[in-house]
Design a binder for this molecule. Structure first.
Ligand SMILES: C[S@@+](CC[C@H](N)C(=O)[O-])C[C@H]1O[C@@H](n2cnc3c(N)ncnc32)[C@H](O)[C@@H]1O
Length: 339
């Protein structure tokens, strides 16, 4: 699809959140808004992610310490060619669909970029990401922005990143074309954490099975202290209905390569991570969401993290040699704007 440049909002049209003038977050959508969102995937994105924004870091165990700094950096290093890693940091970076800022804030802390702009369609997420960046003392600004019409001038950034965002965007190729437009010639993009076609076939069923098992088992009288209040479970089910609308795509590595090349990028490549680690990680995250916060305790958290690390090691050192790349859960794509 070609880009109608006239329709792309320009830098001055979307004020930075730091200036206090951006669209306000709406964490409590009305029933009418949720109904309207069933037929409008972008409204669904805003409602769902505004609703999640303030609890997002807790929900996904996101932190801004060594654990997540190393995780973000490992994803980056696994995707970007080695010779380019010797020339870090990039000067100015942009994140699309930043959520609470997990990827770019941790990459800046890892020495990948000097300064950055965090953007998202959800005002609630931009507010949280900007606040997280300021709390860390990083040189960042935040702005509400649609990845299909990035509100920055051509040739602005040295690096564009995203994590778990492309699968939410209706026209992925249009968005990648926008990425290439705002990159400086020779600039790089990297998108990580995208669900693969194959991975979705085992991750989602495992999560659904875990949710049903836990919410049914905890109806038993002896297990009632493990049950979240019914109102919270109902709210999670309503959110899950929106979640089904906001998750638009899964990808094969080849799909992403073709889209990036059609969008004008060169030196495009893909890599994948998490096979058995995803088979463990998804049910564990669902279990954490299904029981009262903190109920599983510190011992569980340590077990879950160490098991995930161990399986990631096995995936990288064993399964990667015998299992097709497309069977892994997370797909990453990188490419460069032609000089
Ligand atoms: C699954 S979350 C990932 C957040 C964060 N990158 C992370 O990995 O923790 C996806 C994010 O993409 C945002 N998003 C969805 N559609 C978008 C679009 N068209 N343009 C920009 N952001 C979008 C959502 O609001 C949400 O914050």
């Amino acid at each position: 699809m070609s880009l109608d440049r006239e329709s792309v909002p320009r830098e001055r049209e979307v004020p930075p959140v730091a200036a206090g003038a951006a669209p306000a977050p709406n964490p409590h959508a009305t029933a009418e808004q949720v109904e309207a969102a069933r037929h409008d995937s972008k409204l669904a994105q805003v409602l769902y992610h505004d609703w999640e924004a303030e609890s997002y870091d807790d929900k996904w165990s996101i932190s801004y310490d060594k654990r997540c700094v190393d995780y973000a950096r490992d994803l980056f290093d696994a995707t970007v060619p080695e010779e380019e890693l010797r020339n870090l940091p990039y000067d100015r970076a942009l994140e699309l669909g930043c959520g609470s800022g997990f990827f770019l804030l941790n990459l800046i802390q890892a020495g990948v970029a000097r300064r950055g702009s965090v953007t998202d369609l959800s005002p609630g997420m931009v507010k949280v990401a900007t606040r997280n960046g300021q709390n860390l003392g990083l040189e960042i600004d935040g702005r509400v922005a649609d990845a299909e019409g990035i509100p920055y001038d051509d040739d602005t950034f040295d690096l564009v990143v995203g994590h778990a965002v492309l699968h939410h965007i209706p026209d992925v190729e249009l968005s990648l074309r926008e990425v290439v437009r705002v990159l400086k010639p020779g600039g790089r993009f990297i998108f990580a954490g995208e669900p693969s076609n194959a991975g979705e076939n085992y991750a989602r069923p495992l999560s659904t099975l875990t949710w049903r098992t836990v919410t049914n088992l905890t109806k038993l009288p002896g297990l009632s202290s493990w049950r979240r209040p019914q109102a919270e479970l109902d709210e999670s089910s309503r959110a899950a209905a929106l979640e089904a609308i906001v998750d638009l795509h899964t990808f094969s590595p080849g799909d992403l390569e073709r889209m990036a090349e059609s969008a004008g990028a060169v030196d495009v490549s893909t890599s994948t991570t998490e096979f058995t680690a995803a088979m463990l990680g998804w049910p564990l995250r669902t279990l954490e969401a299904a029981v009262p916060p903190g109920r599983l305790g510190w011992g569980y958290a340590k077990f879950a993290f160490n098991s995930w690390i161990a399986l990631s090691w096995v995936d990288h050192n064993l399964w990667r040699r015998v299992v097709p790349k497309g069977w892994f859960y997370n797909v990453m794509v990188t490419g460069v704007k032609p000089s």
